[in-house]
Design a protein around this ligand. Structure first.
Ligand SMILES: Cc1ncc(COP(=O)(O)O)c(C=O)c1O
Ligand SMILES: [Zn+2]
Length: 393
């Protein structure tokens, strides 16, 4: 058995692993999968990974799926960690790397979470999967559900990039467009799920999307010869990737794979939707809902995240920070990555570039430090953001 039990991230109540669960029934907070890492450490060494296939399933001992036949595989994970050489040149640094998540199935890092969560839904017998999505998570859920032969019900804001709506429909998902942000979509899933027999796949409201996302942390370690970077800059909406990486670092230390040194975790958000940045600056552990959220980086338009305290705790424990950039800056960052590095980044990924520049100016990052930027998705899904109908941006 891979997962020993699920544990509430807040009140620490334990739940049995081999059943479908959403949030903690006591306190409503996210459940996290806990493994018997002491036992796993005995047979899973770093050397075991040599020769394994280049996908996130190379870490299968610390993933929840127990039967190989339940793995819903489309080629997820093991994306390139590429030196951003032009950016190094222009910022007078030596070690800026981009983790290019556009290489995943459905062209975003959301594939990681959905690959593992849909595999677990299949293993535990769910048939109808529902999720709110800012765009890319919906596309990933639709594809993995199609592959698994399960039904997907996706709720998206009406102004979600068209590519995301079309990919969901192409994959046979039932798409409902909602007049409002992802929080309204989440409320709609919560309201309808019981009557319809849907399993709620909202991020951090089911325990396994974060397990898929945590493989980002395992990969960065393995691709960096098991020394973590000094700084990670992460475009944050629901924050699942950041929370997942932080969990991965803890697990890898327990496995004896890395030492206790952690990267400073940096949250970057859009000025038009920056609830985590506001909470960080105000010294709070809980983020207030961000009113009238608006940004072209649709994945960052998350006015309220259920994992807010998990994100803020990780950022603070790591000695990191949180920073907001304008839409103009993040689009310009994405253009710069495309033009000078050949990395066609989503606007969300583009946000890492102005964030890095400002943190260097502020002295929060040193020029000799090793920095990993996350490109979380593909520019090509955001044609209207880069070139609005009726004229170039
Ligand atoms: C391209 C892209 N980047 C970043 C995010 C934010 O991810 P997270 O919810 O893990 O913070 C999203 C979420 O929709 C996204 O689609
Ligand atoms: Zn609880």
């Amino acid at each position: 058995m891979h997962v020993r039990h699920l544990e509430c991230s807040n009140c620490k109540r334990e739940y049995p692993a081999r059943q479908l669960h959403n949030v903690c029934t006591e306190c409503g907070k996210p459940l996290l999968a806990r493994y018997d890492l002491k036992r796993i450490a005995k047979f899973m060494t770093r050397q075991v990974l040599f020769g394994r296939a280049p996908s996130l399933w190379r870490y299968r001992e610390v993933l929840p799926v127990t039967k190989e036949r339940n793995i819903v595989y489309l080629g997820e994970g093991w994306t390139p960690l590429i030196q951003a050489t032009a950016l190094c040149g222009s910022l007078r640094m030596e070690a800026i790397y981009a983790k290019d998540e556009a290489h995943n199935p459905t062209q975003s890092f959301k594939a990681r979470g959905m690959a593992v969560a849909v595999s677990m839904a299949k293993e535990l017998g769910a048939k109808k999967l529902a999720a709110p999505s800012a765009g890319n998570a919906g596309g990933a859920l639709a594809a993995y559900a199609a592959r698994a032969g399960l039904e997907a019900f996706i709720f998206m804001p009406r102004d979600t990039p068209r590519a995301n709506i079309v990919e969901c429909e192409l994959s046979g998902a039932h798409v409902t467009l909602v007049d409002g942000p992802i929080t309204d979509c989440g409320a709609e899933v919560a309201r309808r799920r019981e009557a319809n027999g849907w399993f709620d796949m909202s991020t951090l409201k089911e325990p396994y999307r974060v397990e898929g996302k945590k493989t980002l942390g395992y990969e960065i370690a393995e691709q960096s010869a098991w020394t973590l970077p000094d700084v990670i800059i992460y475009p944050t909406g629901g924050g699942t990737g950041l929370v997942g990486m932080w969990k991965a670092f803890e697990e890898m230390e327990a496995l004896g794979w890395i030492d206790g040194k952690r990267p400073r975790m940096i949250v970057v958000q859009a000025e038009g939707c920056a609830p985590i940045v506001n909470a960080f600056l105000a010294g709070q552990r809980v983020a207030e809902e961000f009113a009238n959220a608006s940004t072209v980086a649709s994945g960052l338009r998350v006015p309220k995240a259920i994992g807010d305290s998990l994100i803020l705790d990780a950022v603070r424990q790591s000695g990191g920070t949180a920073i907001a950039v304008s839409d103009e800056e993040l689009l310009s960052g994405a253009r710069q990555l495309a033009r000078t590095e050949g990395i066609l980044a989503a606007p969300e990924g583009g946000a890492c570039v102005p964030a890095l520049r400002r943190l260097l100016d502020r002295g929060d990052i040193d020029r000799n430090e090793r920095v990993v930027l996350f490109n979380t998705g593909a520019a090509i899904k955001y044609l209207d953001a880069f070139e609005p109908p009726g004229g170039a941006a």
